[in-house]
Design a protein around this ligand. Structure first.
Ligand SMILES: CC(=O)N[C@H]1[C@@H](OP(=O)(O)OP(=O)(O)OC[C@H]2O[C@@H](n3ccc(=O)[nH]c3=O)[C@H](O)[C@@H]2O)O[C@H](CO)[C@@H](O)[C@@H]1O[C@H](C)C(=O)N[C@@H](C)C(=O)N[C@H](CCC(=O)O)C(=O)O
Ligand SMILES: Nc1ncnc2c1ncn2[C@@H]1O[C@H](COP(=O)(O)OP(=O)(O)OP(=O)(O)O)[C@@H](O)[C@H]1O
Ligand SMILES: N[C@H](CCC[C@H](N)C(=O)O)C(=O)O
Ligand SMILES: [Mg+2]
Length: 484
C-alpha cells in the first residue's frame, strides 16, 4: 500500500483536515530533531515541553504534514494539517498503517505488571524458540528479532519503533512476538493500534507514583491494556494478586487465570525451592525448573498458561520450560573463591526487594549472614525510598545504602530519604556509602565464607546514570573484581 497521508489515516478518528492528504509520507517523527524531507511530524504534549512549539521549525526542515491536537494560528502553504483529539493515540494507529499492520501478521503477546515482565517475556521467547518457532522480543534488557539483538532504550518502545521492529520480525519470518507493556506505555498510548493475540498480568504493587500520581491511576493504566484487547485475544491473569480480577473486568478478551493458591485455569503448587531451582506441580505434573524463588513459580505458571493458550502441547512445553534459564541480572549468582554467594538482582521496587530477600532467607542455612547493598533511582518514585530501606533492614543482617542512577537528583538527598525508613533499632546495622563500587567492596570485606551478598536494583544494567551521563558500571563485574 502506498504510504500516502490518506492511507495512513485509515481507522484514525479525525477532528479536522486542512490541505492535501494525497501526499507520500517518508517517515513518522514525534521528535522535531529527527524530521527530514517528507516526514509527518506528530506534535505531542509531553511532561517537559509541548511538541506543538516545534511546528514552525519542522516545516523549515521539510516536514510534509503535521498531526496535532491544536491547529497553529498561522498555517503554512503546501503543508497538510490533521487535527486529532489525541496525537499519541493517532500516531499509534498511523505507525501500524505505515508498516502495514505487522502486529496482525504474527501473534503478539503483551505482559504487564509491576514485576516479572522481563522475566516472563524472556521465558516465553526462549520457550517458543525451543519449541521450534521464530520469535521476536521487546524487553527492558534487549529487543531481539530471531537471533539478532537490537539494543533497548525503554521497557516498551514508542509506537513507531514498535511497529518498525514488528515489521522486521514479520519480514524475517517470526510468527510470535513477546513484549513488555509498561504502565507508561499504556498511559502514553505507545501500544495504540496494535493487534494483540494475548495479554498477561503478573501483579501490581507500589511503583511509578511520580508519573501516575495515585495508585488508582497506576491500576487504571495497567487495566487499560486489557480494556483494549480484542475478543479474539486471551487475557491471562494471576488471580492470586488482589487486582487480578479488576484487570479483566471490562475486557472483551477471553478471561483465563493462573494460581498457586486457588482454583484457576492453570493451577500450580510449589513443592520445593532451593538455590539451584524450583520443584513444582503444574496441572498435576511434577517438574523441576532452573529458576529460583516463589515469584518465579508465578512467572513460570503464567508462561506455561500462555503457551497452552497459544496452542502448544503440555508435555513439550513443560520439558522445554524446565531447561530454560533466567534473563541476565535476575537472581544472577557470582560466587567467590571462598564461596561467598553474590546475588545480583533487578529488584528496584519494595515488593521485588521483599520477595527476593524472603527467598534468600528461606534458602539460607542458619549460619549464613545476608548483606544487602541497595539504592533507589533518581527522578523516579520517591515514596519507595524509605520503604525499600526498611525492607532491606528487616530482612538482612547488614545493609549498605548506596546510589542507583541518581540521574539529576542529589545522591545524598536520595540516601537521606532512604535512611528515613530505617528504624532506630536497625540503624546500627546500616552504613551509607554513596559510591556504589565502594559500597560493594565494603560488603565483600564484611562477608565470611558462605555468606550471601545481595546487590539489588540494577540487575543487567551496565551503567550508573549521573546528570545525563551514563558511566559504565556493572554490579556483576564489580562483585567479581571485589572478590579477587
Ligand atoms: C516520563 C516519560 O515517560 N517520558 C517519555 C516521554 O517524554 P516527555 O513526555 O517528557 O517528552 P518531552 O521532553 O516533554 O517532549 C514532548 C514532545 O516534544 C518532542 N520534542 C522535544 C524536544 C525537541 O527538541 N523536539 C521535540 O519534538 C518530544 O519528542 C515529545 O514528543 O516521551 C519520550 C518520547 O517517547 C520518551 O522518550 C520519554 O521517556 C523517558 C526517556 C523515560 O525515562 N521514560 C521512562 C520513565 C519510561 O518510559 N519508563 C517505562 C517503564 C519503566 C519500567 O518500569 O520498566 C518504559 O516503558 O520504559
Ligand atoms: N512475578 C514476580 N513477582 C514479584 N517480584 C518479581 C516477579 N518476577 C520478578 N520479580 C522481582 O522483580 C525484579 C524485576 O523483575 P523483572 O525484570 O522481570 O520485572 P519487570 O516487570 O520487567 O521490571 P521493569 O518494570 O523494570 O521492566 C526481579 O529481579 C525480581 O527481584
Ligand atoms: N525501568 C525502571 C527501572 C529502574 C531501575 C533502577 N536501577 C533505577 O534506575 O531506578 C525505571 O526506569 O523506573
Ligand atoms: Mg522489564
Amino acid at each position: 500500500m502506498a504510504k500516502t497521508l490518506q492511507n495512513l489515516l485509515a481507522s484514525v478518528p479525525i477532528s479536522s483536515v486542512i490541505g492535501n492528504t494525497d501526499i507520500e509520507i517518508s517517515s513518522i517523527e514525534f521528535d522535531s530533531r529527527k524530521v527530514t524531507s517528507g516526514s509527518l511530524f506528530v506534535a505531542q504534549k509531553g511532561t517537559q515541553v509541548d511538541g506543538h512549539g516545534f511546528i514552525p521549525k519542522v516545516i523549515e526542515m521539510g516536514a510534509a504534514a503535521i498531526l496535532c491536537q491544536d491547529l497553529p494560528n498561522d498555517l503554512a502553504e503546501g503543508i497538510a494539517y490533521v487535527q486529532v483529539a489525541d496525537s499519541a493515540r493517532a500516531m499509534g494507529q498511523m505507525a501500524s498503517n505505515f508498516y502495514d499492520n505487522p502486529s496482525a501478521k504474527l501473534k503478539l503477546v503483551g505482559v504487564t505488571g509491576t514485576n516479572g515482565k522481563t522475566s516472563s517475556v524472556t521465558l516465553l521467547f526462549k520457550l517458543f524458540r525451543q519449541l521450534g518457532h521464530r520469535v521476536g522480543l521487546l524487553s527492558t534488557v534487549q529487543n531481539q528479532i530471531d537471533d539478532d539483538i537490537v539494543p533497548s532504550t525503554h521497557t516498551t518502545p514508542d509506537s513507531v519503533k514498535i511497529n518498525e521492529l514488528l515489521a522486521e520480525m514479520v519480514r524475517r519470518g517470526c510468527s510470535y512476538c513477546f513484549m513488555e507493556v509498561s504502565s507508561h506505555a499504556v498511559a502514553q498510548e505507545r501500544i495504540a493500534g496494535l493487534t494483540f493475540a494475548g495479554g498477561i498480568f503478573t501483579n501490581i504493587t507500589h511503583d511509578h507514583l511520580d508519573f501516575h500520581k495515585t495508585f488508582d491511576n497506576y491500576i487504571k493504566a495497567k487495566k487499560g491494556f486489557f480494556d483494549q484487547l480484542p475478543k479474539t485475544a486471551f487475557a491471562l491473569v494471576n488471580i492470586d494478586d488482589r487486582r487480578g480480577g479488576v484487570m479483566v473486568q471490562n475486557t472483551a478478551a477471553r478471561k483465563e487465570t493462573y494460581s498457586l493458591q486457588t482454583v484457576a485455569t492453570f493451577k500450580g503448587k510449589l513443592i520445593a525451592d532451593s538455590l539451584f531451582g524450583l520443584q513444582m506441580d503444574v496441572d498435576g505434573q511434577e517438574v523441576w525448573f532452573k529458576l529460583i524463588g516463589k515469584f518465579n513459580a508465578y512467572n513460570l505458571l503464567g508462561v506455561y498458561g500462555a503457551a497452552i493458550l497459544l496452542g502448544e502441547d503440555t508435555e513439550q512445553v513443560l520439558t522445554a520450560l524446565s531447561a530454560v534459564t533466567p534473563p541476565p541480572g535476575r537472581f544472577e549468582q557470582v560466587v567467590s573463591p571462598s564461596e561467598v554467594v553474590g546475588i545480583v538482582d533487578y529488584a528496584h521496587t519494595p515488593d521485588a526487594l521483599q520477595n527476593v530477600l524472603e527467598t534468600i532467607n528461606e534458602l539460607r542455612e542458619g549460619n549464613q549472614q545476608v548483606i544487602t547493598v541497595v539504592g533507589c533511582g533518581g527522578n523516579r518514585d520517591a515514596t519507595k525510598r524509605p520503604e525499600m530501606a526498611r525492607i532491606a533492614c528487616e530482612l538482612s543482617n547488614k545493609v549498605i545504602l548506596t546510589s542507583d542512577n541518581p540521574r539529576n537528583e542529589d545522591p545524598f538527598a536520595i540516601l537521606e530519604q532512604m535512611q528515613a525508613g530505617v528504624s532506630p533499632v536497625d540503624f546500627k546495622k546500616t552504613k551509607t556509602i554513596e559510591d556504589r563500587r565502594e559500597a560493594i567492596r565494603y560488603a565483600v570485606s564484611l562477608a565470611q565464607p558462605h555468606d550471601i551478598i545481595l546487590v539489588a536494583g540494577k540487575g543487567h544494567e551496565t551503567y550508573q546514570e549521573i546528570k545525563g551521563v551514563k558511566h559504565h558500571f556493572d554490579d556483576r563485574e564489580e562483585l567479581r573484581a571485589a572478590f579477587e
